[in-house]
Design a protein around this ligand. Structure first.
Ligand SMILES: *[C@@H]1O[C@H](CO)[C@@H](O)[C@H](O)[C@H]1NC(C)=O
Ligand SMILES: *[C@@H]1O[C@H](CO)[C@@H](O)[C@H](O)[C@H]1NC(C)=O
Ligand SMILES: *[C@@H]1O[C@H](CO)[C@@H](O)[C@H](O)[C@H]1NC(C)=O
Ligand SMILES: *[C@@H]1O[C@H](CO)[C@@H](O)[C@H](O)[C@H]1NC(C)=O
Ligand SMILES: *[C@@H]1O[C@H](CO)[C@@H](O)[C@H](O)[C@H]1NC(C)=O
Ligand SMILES: *[C@@H]1O[C@H](CO)[C@@H](O)[C@H](O)[C@H]1NC(C)=O
Length: 432
């Protein structure tokens, strides 16, 4: 069984690994574009009675018949025990709360509208849980809940994507003021002065102590060294400052790395060293999450924690560097797409480690909540920048040009905005 598992992992890996390299590449691009993306635009008011036209494209599979607007205006029933993460995407003709013209802080690689993405259908959906309604995040209510509080997003570039969405949503009421950033803009902090509310994003893609040997373009000059039993101080040293924490592992664990425990090498993933045994990424992922959740459940400090599950990507017909793309324009319905093997392995580890920690934590009143966005994200192949991670990618090129796609991060506005609706609803339920 063990043999089978690791064979499976290896097979899946060789193909999946490369694909994630794009994310790291994109990161580099993001940082470099960042300083230039803070140009002040004059606000443009989007008229409410004149919503942008929906472009309906039926040429792409799957053909989806629109029968999903049934619960759209059902705000009457609130089922407190319902699973918020089980449901489907339904039409939302109200459209997003912000656009590229009303939020000035969208990072260039996620600014699909500005970058010239031709279809806009993907912003007219909202997540609809099966047994209850999910209201949109209410910016002023959210800021009121967060008055005098501090919220931190700890993880990789998906966390940054998430925080950008929140800043855009809240900017419709109060503009965040950046109060800190490190040199590469990996760690940042914003303040909402009139609410004394602070938002931080903390770069800790492994959560544990790690030494990486990569330049800004994601080009590696050595194997990652990962200490599975030691946490990354970048977040643990600040942990006591936070009232709310969103935390997750992720795709960095798929990279080749040497694993350490107790300062000694215990194995590796893809290191091709005969002296070091291949343990597979699953081993490392489990240990790292275990260490993380152990710290959280043993800490005397008790913030409210959203423990997020893995985020699936939607590269099709290739990898990021072999022509893989994501140009669908419609969500999937439940059952139309299955989770891939790697995401399933990761999510299962996440669920097991969460259950273990939640069991330990329940005795001492810890607020550790599963933020299970995997399945709802899986249903949104249409929400990625694709080629529109670049400004007008086809300018000066012919339509057949090979252009690198981003099928992992999300357009803003886009499906990731719903993650904030979910956070708001969980906070409200917690307060009730
Ligand atoms: C609203 O939701 C309730 C409970 O889920 C359901 O019984 C009712 O049929 C829904 N109403 C509409 C108009 O969809
Ligand atoms: C409330 O949610 C639970 C769990 O999802 C479900 O079993 C139950 O039928 C729901 N009740 C109503 C009235 O929708
Ligand atoms: C937003 O995107 C639209 C469509 O590409 C573009 O015309 C407009 O200039 C953009 N606005 C800003 C402020 O970038
Ligand atoms: C492997 O281990 C042997 C014996 O400990 C040692 O002599 C050799 O240098 C090691 N090889 C590598 C590549 O580390
Ligand atoms: C999606 O991309 C593929 C490959 O480039 C292409 O064959 C297909 O026509 C595209 N679909 C749309 C709607 O652009
Ligand atoms: C996490 O690690 C602890 C030891 O620190 C162990 O007792 C526990 O079983 C582990 N939990 C899981 C779910 O692997």
């Amino acid at each position: 069984m063990k043999q089978l598992n690791s064979n499976l992992q290896r097979k899946v890996f060789s193909s999946v690994l490369v694909k994630f390299a794009v994310c790291f590449l994109l990161l580099g691009v993001a940082y470099r574009l960042l300083s230039s993306s803070f140009v002040q635009f004059s606000p443009v008011v989007v008229s409410e009675d004149n919503p942008p036209a929906l472009s309906v494209d039926n040429t792409l599979p799957p053909q989806i018949i629109d029968d999903r607007s049934v619960n759209l205006h059902n705000h009457t029933s609130q089922n407190e025990s319902c699973n918020l993460f089980e449901g489907e995407w339904v039409r939302d003709l109200n459209g997003p709360m912000y656009t590229n013209s009303t939020c000035y802080t969208i990072e260039a690689p996620q600014n699909c509208m500005k970058n010239g993405r031709p279809d806009s259908d993907y912003v007219y959906w909202r997540w609809n849980p099966s047994h209850c309604t999910l209201p949109k995040l209410h910016p002023s209510k959210f800021l009121e809940i967060m008055r005098d509080k501090s919220l931190a997003f700890i993880g990789d570039s998906i966390m940054r994507n998430h925080v950008q969405s929140l800043l855009c949503l809240l900017s419709q009421v109060e503009q965040a003021v950046e109060v800190y950033h490190d040199e590469p803009y990996k760690n940042r902090r914003w303040s909402f002065p009139s609410h004394h509310f602070t938002v931080s994003v903390i770069w800790a893609p492994f959560l544990t102590k790690a030494f990486t040997f990569e330049d800004d373009n994601g080009v590696s000059s050595g194997l990652i060294q990962l200490h599975l039993d030691k946490l990354d101080k970048v977040w643990t040293q600040q942990y006591e400052n936070f009232d709310y924490v969103v935390i997750a592992g992720g795709k960095w664990f798929l990279k080749s790395a040497v694993y350490y425990e107790n300062n000694a090498i215990v194995g590796c993933h893809n290191c091709h060293d005969k002296n070091i045994s291949e343990l597979g990424f699953k081993y490392a992922y489990r240990k790292a999450l275990n260490s993380t959740l152990k710290f959280i459940s043993e800490s005397k400090h008790r913030p409210y924690i959203f423990f997020r599950t893995t985020t699936p990507d939607h590269f099709e017909n290739g990898e990021w560097n072999t022509g893989g793309y994501c140009n669908r324009t419609r969500p999937f319905k439940a059952g139309e797409i299955g989770i891939n093997v790697v995401d399933e392995i990761m999510r299962n580890v996440e669920l097991e480690e969460f259950e273990w920690a939640a069991g330990r934590g329940s005795v001492n009143g810890m607020s550790l909540k599963l933020f299970d966005t995997t399945m709802l994200s899986l249903l949104r192949p249409d929400g990625h920048p694709g080629v529109y991670r670049q400004f007008h990618p086809y300018d000066g090129k012919d339509k057949e040009a090979k252009i690198q796609n981003d099928c992992l991060h999300w357009c803003l506005p886009g499906p990731i905005d719903s993650w904030n609706d979910l956070m708001m609803e969980m906070l409200l339920r917690h307060a009730r």
